[in-house]
Design a protein around this ligand. Structure first.
Ligand code: MG
Ligand code: ZN
Length: 219
């Protein structure tokens, strides 16, 4: 019985997600859902990314349990920022994102970034209506996380290895991460970045622009 309940929750979520995607498509917006553990650098990456893409054409939906700290950091950077406080909820749902979309002027943007709640488990189960999933994994988290949380990495469209400026500092084997990824996701490009030094950011920006071009020509 419990399984049926969970399934119907996800089914209802997926229906709302499809409607979110339809609204984004109609407005010509490409939506990227950023997922990772807390502290792997999602907000900082957005702080570097949005000015590089043209801040006026970017909006962010920020999911957090409490506080508006991340939204405040981004408010001076992106043209439109909406905070979604999930209370005790450890992931964003399509309904919350749909309400977030109501608060945005979708016609005036090209990119919507959805910063999910920092959590490596359930956000992966909830389609939000995004077009692409970007999963971040930071060097300080350790080189065993891909094997431990495969459900997060399996559906990723791009995988960002963040904080690579710490590679020489910490005991970390990049090859282990890539070996684990080769078993579960060979489709997603892997981009090594450091928001501190700027390493690899150009590749990430280029990937985002490619997704926008692909999505506009699709719809
Ligand atoms: Mg954040
Ligand atoms: Zn959750």
């Amino acid at each position: 019985m419990k399984i049926n309940v969970v399934e119907s929750v996800l089914k209802a979520n997926d229906a709302v997600a499809r409607e979110n995607r339809r609204r984004l498509d109609a407005a010509g917006v490409v939506a990227v859902n950023l997922m990772s553990a807390p502290g792997s650098g999602k907000t900082l990456l957005l702080e570097k990314t949005i000015p590089a893409l043209a801040a006026a054409r970017c909006a962010v939906l920020v999911g957090d349990l409490q506080t508006t700290r991340d939204a405040e950091r981004l408010a001076g950077i992106a043209a439109q920022v909406t905070q979604i406080n999930t209370g005790t909820g450890c992931h964003l749902t399509a309904t919350q994102v749909g309400e977030g979309l109501d608060s945005l002027d979708l016609r005036s943007i090209d990119f919507l970034f959805i910063e999910n709640v920092g959590n490596m488990v359930c956000p992966a189960a909830f389609d939000l209506g995004e077009h692409r999933r970007a999963v971040l994994l930071s060097v300080p988290e350790g080189d065993d996380k891909v094997a431990k949380y495969p459900t997060l990495f399996q559906p990723a469209d791009v995988i960002l290895l963040t904080k690579v400026d710490l590679l020489g500092v910490l005991d970390y084997q990049r090859s282990k991460v890539y070996q684990d990824l080769s078993r579960i996701n060979t489709r997603a490009p892997r981009i090594e970045v450091s928001s501190t030094t700027g390493q690899g950011l150009d590749r990430w920006f280029a990937w985002l622009k490619d997704q926008r071009r692909a999505q506009v020509s699709d719809s």
